[in-house]
Design a protein around this ligand. Structure first.
Ligand code: ADP
Ligand code: MG
Length: 510
């Protein structure tokens, strides 16, 4: 058997205004876990879509097992033993695991009882063979995200794939689920499967892979063995310059209280409180971080603070003005900026051009008006200046926001929210889904804002981020602020105890 399983030679793929893959050579060895890393927009997904037959390259060739092939459809890819695990799950919630696995690979109407039993049996065997914890008879709607991902993997195995492509599979998982996925991938490798694993999380990549290929701006920077390669070497290859994996946190003397919540209670679905009598105060020149397992009221707290959700009781003060139940617009005009958690729903109007998104909610400021009319020129020059300063990668500001990568979309929001001298910034999951370069950039902006006297409330599910940026940390659990620490006062393990409700102290009692 040929040790080289897949060879991509000179693969080039152009989209309007961008060369997504620029003469890419990639060699994948049989039985290895090969990671493809790179910042958002580097061309990873495009390259894998080409290998899976979803896109056709403009130039270049592919060899599988030493023979040239043309992969013009996913069906052809599967015939060659190449399968791709979907990043966004495409499962039917009301169907069982087994039904979902065989769906699409069976002739229409063939899903008789007998076939179903057979399929269930086959799925059970696959789960056993690869040690996947999954019940073939379980309804998909009852599964966790990690389990749904397992169904997608089994689906690809069921179709006979020897090569599994996983595009950012850990992005949707919590740490324990990542561990389980990695254990599954290792078992697949032991049994001779070849895995192509896309990620931009360098710790993960170094942990799971045998070899790593780094892409930058559509080109291969290099392929290195994971053993003996360090995180900072990879980061530098990825970003193209040395990256500080630790940010500086210079001392700043905090000023007056800018944002205050006093005994705030917020009702969730069904009227039960999801935030209970929560009090906190954020000062000028301070980053106040909220740590917590997601779903403990952080989202609702933020929505209440920015006027997107009613407050049942309590007060919210911005520079002394009570804004509980005020409109989002009124709160924004008082100088509160908001980086929303759900950037697609709240942060951007995706079909609208980037130049419009950069001034969203601010287009009626005098600087953008010419008499009674919108001054398009003024907005455009403002937008171009922001694009430059915030290093937003795009062909021009007329493209719709939906054409940008996630990292660049987030930069559009950050650029806008830092623009109009806000006094308070409420940043919810500001670096979620971003790669190193963009994360470092956004975190730097937050620290710079702090140095310039802004009051920053940071809500992040990433405990490392909360620890590295915050001057004070509040822990939320079950809608309450269960503990508050100064920078350096608590270890991650201690915070974890409060986050999971194992320990509580200094809580605002209900
Ligand atoms: N279908 C498409 N149409 C136009 N541009 C695209 C399309 N798919 C990807 N691109 C562009 O190609 C580049 C590479 O994207 P992608 O392969 O998704 O990168 P990655 O997966 O590394 O984040 C980006 O600039 C992206 O905007
Ligand atoms: Mg991608």
């Amino acid at each position: 058997m040929h040790p080289v399983l897949i060879e991509l030679k000179g693969i080039t793929k152009r989209f309007p205004g961008v060369v997504a893959n620029d003469y890419i050579d990639l060699t994948v060895l049989r039985g290895e876990i090969h990671a493809i890393v790179g910042e958002n927009g580097a061309g990873k997904s495009t390259l894998m879509r080409i290998l899976y037959g979803l896109y056709q390259p403009d130039e270049g060739s592919i060899e599988v097992n030493g023979s040239p092939v043309v992969i013009d459809s996913p069906r052809k890819a599967l015939q060659l033993g190449i399968g791709m695990v979907h990043q966004h799950f495409m499962l039917i919630p009301r169907f069982t695991v087994a039904e979902n696995v065989i769906l699409g690979s069976e002739p229409a109407g063939a899903l008789g009882r007998l076939r179903r039993k057979e399929a269930e049996q086959r799925v059970r065997e696959l789960c056993r063979q690869y040690g996947f914890a999954l019940d073939p008879a379980a309804e998909v709607s009852m599964l966790s995200v990690g389990e749904q991902q397992r169904v997608e993997i089994i689906k690809v195995l069921y179709r006979g794939a020897d090569v599994l492509i996983l595009d950012e599979p850990t992005a949707v998982l919590v740490p324990q689920e990542v561990d389980e996925l990695f254990a599954n991938l290792r078992r697949l490798r032991e049994q001779g499967k070849t895995i192509i694993f896309i990620s931009h999380m360098l710790d993960e990549v170094l942990e799971i892979s045998d070899r790593i290929t780094v892409l930058r701006r559509g080109r291969v920077v290099g392929t290195v063995p994971a053993a003996g390669t360090t995180k900072s070497q990879l980061a530098e290859m990825m970003v193209g310059r040395p990256v500080l994996l630790e940010l500086e946190h210079p001392p700043v003397t905090p000023g007056e209280v800018r944002l205050e919540a006093r005994e705030v209670t917020v009702a969730g679905r069904g009227g039960r409180p999801v935030v209970s009598r929560l009090s906190l105060a954020v000062r000028a020149g301070e980053i106040y971080g909220i740590a917590g397992v997601e779903g403990n009221g952080q989202t609702e707290l933020v929505e209440a603070l920015v006027g997107l959700r009613p407050v049942t009781s309590g007060r919210i003060l911005i520079e002394g003005h009570d804004v509980a139940n005020a409109s989002a617009r009124a709160i924004r005009l008082l100088g509160a900026a908001h980086i929303p958690e759900d950037r697609h729903r709240r942060g951007l109007v995706l079909p609208m051009a980037v130049w419009e998104n950069v001034v969203l909610g601010h287009h009626s400021r005098p600087q953008f008006l010419d008499g009674a009319f919108v001054d398009r020129k003024a907005i455009e020059s403002f937008a171009n200046e922001r694009v430059e300063k915030f290093d937003i990668r795009l062909s021009n500001i007329d493209v719709p926001a939906l054409a940008l990568s996630g990292g660049n979309q987030q930069k559009v929001i950050v650029a806008r929210e830092f623009s109009f001298n806000p006094k308070v910034l409420i940043a919810a999951q500001p670096t979620r889904g971003l790669d190193i370069g963009a994360t470092e950039f956004v975190e730097r902006q937050l620290l710079e804002a702090r140095s310039n006297g802004m009051a920053v409330l940071l809500i992040s599910a990433n405990l490392e981020e909360v620890l590295s940026l915050s001057d004070r940390i509040g822990v939320m659990c079950s809608g309450e602020l269960v503990a508050e620490f100064r920078r350096g006062e608590a270890t991650p393990q201690e915070l974890g105890l409060y986050m999971t409700g194992t320990r509580r102290a200094g809580a605002t009692s209900p």
